[in-house]
Write a protein that binds this ligand. Structure first.
Ligand code: ZN
Length: 428
């Protein structure tokens, strides 16, 4: 179902889709500045090339102005300005004339998806190359071609965005997304867009229980850089975290657990998906592919999961030009936004309760027991009775909901009324 926030996110996607992003460079800065207009508190940080991050080093900065392959008639048969996926990401500069045979090793296409331009990168080995649809490749005629990539790969910096929204508690919820893909929609422009919509909603709240740490980083090197700067604090304070990726299409919901599989993030995401998106696809940490690889790695061990629409690597358009604006939709983005917001709202309310009196309390004298036996009221009575049965100081709200087989959002009014009546107390 399309919602106003879904429509708005889709408009942002339209604005940002054409920008050529990579793990460094002006496209990332331009993207973050766009989000900064929506989130004025978003900080844009620069980390110089050569900075170590655990076992890695921040690479040189890559920028590209133009690239094409031109035939001897002056026709651009491959043109970066038509689609930025045409150039292998991080391509070194080239300006040369060569035969089709000489050019062939630098061309990449997908025979099994002849209409798709593949998306390729080479961040850590200097090379250049062009990607094109297999159909276009087969139309190239023998002859000489002018080959130009007007790029620079030079010391500069890696750019990331950070927004901290303080809460009543020091404990934090992490939202992490990546900003390193060029014109590709589900993986992954949808990630920073849904993250921004969630950040906008959270920033507008007067009262937040938890502190929110929201980061926009290039995948892998960015999470390593970020963790290398904030690990001590994040290990101490992170209660739950979510990697936001592939949150734009409308085909399915997917869940990738943390490495441990039993953290609070796993529990809340599993509970929300079970009730909001029954039939969702569950993967294992063996299927990991994004920044949870760093957040959940040995020695980091943060409770981080991914709640997605259709997961990277699974949808046929993945990492090709077919992952474009027609693959994502207002309802796809809006559904992911709502599912993740449900997780955050539940975490905010996820207290552990204990009954204050032995034996079942008399609800009637407190006005808690419905006197009319409607179907709706019998569900309320069942929930009241079940909450009282399991509010033993060991079950938090999510555990109570799982135990009583009710969506926690439905149980919450019952818990609140028992709490207001003094029959439940919060336990740390
Ligand atoms: Zn990707």
């Amino acid at each position: 179902m399309a919602t106003p926030i879904g429509e708005e996110m889709y408009r942002w996607a339209g604005d940002l889709f054409p920008i050529c992003r990579s793990i460094t460079g002006h496209g990332v800065r331009q993207t973050l500045r766009y989000f900064q207009k929506i989130l004025p508190e978003l900080t844009i940080c620069e980390v110089p090339s050569g900075t170590p991050a655990f076992d890695w080093t921040v690479p040189d900065e890559w920028n590209i102005r133009d690239a094409y392959v031109m035939d001897d008639q002056g026709v651009k048969v491959i043109d970066f300005n038509q689609n930025n996926v045409h150039v292998v990401g991080y391509s070194t500069p080239v300006d040369s004339v060569m035969t089709l045979e000489e050019l062939a090793p630098y061309l990449h296409s997908l025979p099994h998806l002849p209409e798709a331009i593949p998306y390729l990168t080479s961040y850590y080995r200097p090379r250049w190359g062009f990607c094109l649809s297999h159909r276009a490749r087969q139309e190239l005629k023998p002859g000489r071609y002018r080959v130009v990539i007007d790029s620079t790969l030079a010391p500069g910096s890696l750019t990331y965005g950070e927004l901290i929204l303080p809460g009543r508690e020091e404990r934090e919820i992490l939202l992490s997304t990546y900003t390193c893909h060029p014109s590709l929609a589900n993986d992954n422009l949808s990630g920073p867009i849904v993250t921004t919509a969630l950040a906008q909603e959270l920033a507008a709240r007067f009262d937040r229980r938890y502190t929110y740490r929201i980061v926009y980083i290039p995948e892998t090197i960015g999470s390593l850089v970020y963790l290398s700067r904030h690990l001590d604090q994040m290990k101490r304070t992170t209660l739950a975290g979510f990697v936001l990726t592939c949150v734009g299409d409308d085909r399915s919901y997917s869940f990738l657990p943390s490495r441990m599989g039993n953290t609070l993030a796993d529990r809340v995401a599993g509970h929300v998906l079970k009730h909001r998106a029954p039939g969702y696809a569950t993967y294992s940490f063996l299927d990991r592919g994004s920044d949870e690889r760093q957040y959940c790695s040995v020695g980091i061990d943060l409770p981080v999961v991914s709640l997605m629409r259709t997961m990277y690597g699974v949808f046929p358009e993945y990492h090709t030009s077919l992952d474009n604006l027609s693959l994502i939709s207002p309802s796809g983005l809006g559904g992911a936004y709502q599912a993740i917001l449900s997780c955050l709202d539940l975490l905010e309310e996820n207290y552990t309760y204990r009954m204050t009196c032995p034996g079942e309390p008399q609800l009637g004298k407190r006005g808690l027991y419905p006197t009319l036996s409607t179907r709706e009221n019998s569900a309320i009575v069942r929930n009241l009775s079940n909450v009282m049965a399991y509010a033993d100081g060991d079950h938090d709200l999510i555990a109570l909901a799982e135990r009583t087989e009710v969506f926690a959002e439905e149980l919450l009014p019952v818990v609140k009324s028992l709490f207001s009546a003094g029959l439940l107390k919060k336990v740390d």
